[in-house]
Design a protein around this ligand. Structure first.
Ligand code: TLP
Length: 348
């Protein structure tokens, strides 16, 4: 029985074309700004996102952290959704290293935050008692909200409120191309109202390593210093950037297949007694479903799925996450559904 690994789209392996491009990449010392392949990737990424400049990062976590370091002084406040990856899964970097206090406001089931909540939460500078809100962070697609998608209008509303109050907006767009494909809008439209955006090459786009932070020239110049400080100056990083260029050319359109597979997966899961998910709420490649307490905590079902050679991850003690990606075919989806039914039956 083949293992079906749905833990994350980060598991995707580089394509043969990427490996060739990596082997043949023209390289230089990127800390001197002299790696031609890194420079090409950064320019290409910035151009695609409609920003002035880009900066290659080792990871999405580093990219989000460097954004926080670039905007915030110690004691500033960052407002974000209560399901934000930056809050849950980045080891508290924005607090520990940028010295920022995190203020959470509710995310809805698609990962949106309410502009009215944001307006009420933002604290302008000038009050000696308060931690001033320097930064607002959005996430698109939204990992913990089942890959939910923010439309250009959702983002514009948040941009308006934040900017009117003098705060900047950072977008954790780790999977921004999934959002663009799902909404069938140019990616530029999705990021035009944020000050900067980070996207990951190493998730569904199949690169082995890397994220790109994009923003104004001035922001990127300042971010470059912070990237160096946190150890992200990577020298002949063109070998990584080469894969990134292949990804931007050839890995975006195929994301629609992952989305169709995720939707089908959700439809099948919804038909299994004891599992709850609304297939209509699945727009990209992340399916999160609730496990009925009668089956025990989600860890029990994860164990039973493991026995069926299906690997998944767990966002909470009552939920399971399955992520579709380039190595998951439509047959794998059907096979996952039959193994999941079996695993659920084993718990009854
Ligand atoms: N997400 C990973 C895990 O950390 C949960 C995953 O498997 O989904 N922003 C978002 C929205 C992310 O989903 C992730 C990774 C990151 C940032 C961090 O990226 P990396 O892993 O490159 O540091």
């Amino acid at each position: 029985m083949d293992v079906i690994d749905l833990r994350s789209d980060t598991l995707t392996q580089p394509t043969e074309e990427m490996r060739q491009a990596m082997a043949n990449a023209e390289v230089g010392d990127d800390v001197y700004g002299e790696d031609p392949t890194v420079n090409k990737l950064q320019e290409r990424a910035a151009e695609m996102l409609g920003k002035e400049a880009g900066l290659l990062m080792a990871s999405g976590t580093m990219s989000n952290l460097v954004a926080a370091l670039t905007y915030c002084h110690r004691g500033d406040e960052i407002v974000m959704g209560d399901q934000a990856h930056m809050f849950w899964n980045e080891a508290g970097g924005a607090s520990a290293l940028a010295g920022a206090q995190i203020r959470l406001i509710p995310n809805d089931d698609q990962g949106r935050i309410d502009p009215a909540d944001l307006e009420a939460a933002i604290r302008p500078p000038g009050n000696v008692h308060a931690s001033p809100t320097t930064l607002v962070c959005l996430e698109n697609t939204h990992n913990r909200c089942s890959g939910g998608v923010l439309t250009p209008e959702d983002t514009a509303k948040i941009g308006q409120v934040a900017h009117a109050a003098g705060a900047s907006v950072h977008l954790d767009g780790a999977r921004i191309f999934n959002a663009a494909v799902a909404l069938e809008v140019p990616v530029k439209e999705l990021v035009k109202d944020v000050d900067d955006v980070s996207f990951c090459l190493s998730k569904a786009l199949s690169c082995p390593v890397g994220s790109v932070l994009c923003g104004t020239r001035d922001f990127i110049d300042r971010a470059n210093k912070w990237r160096k400080m946190v150890g992200g100056g990577m020298r002949q990083a063109g070998v990584l950037a080469a894969a990134g260029l292949v990804a931007l050319d050839s890995m975006i359109d195929r994301l629609a297949d992952d989305h169709a597979n995720a939707r089908r997966l959700a439809q099948g899961l919804a038909n299994i007694d004891g599992l709850t998910v609304d297939p209509d709420s699945i727009h990209t490649n992340i399916v999160i479903f609730e496990v009925d307490p009668s089956l025990g905590p989600s860890a029990k079902l994860i164990g039973a799925l493991g026995a069926e050679d299906v690997k998944v991850s767990s966002p909470s003690p009552t939920a399971i996450r399955m992520v579709t990606h380039r190595h998951i075919s439509s047959d794998d989806v059907e096979e996952t559904l039959s193994r999941t039914s079996k695993a659920v039956r084993a718990l009854r």
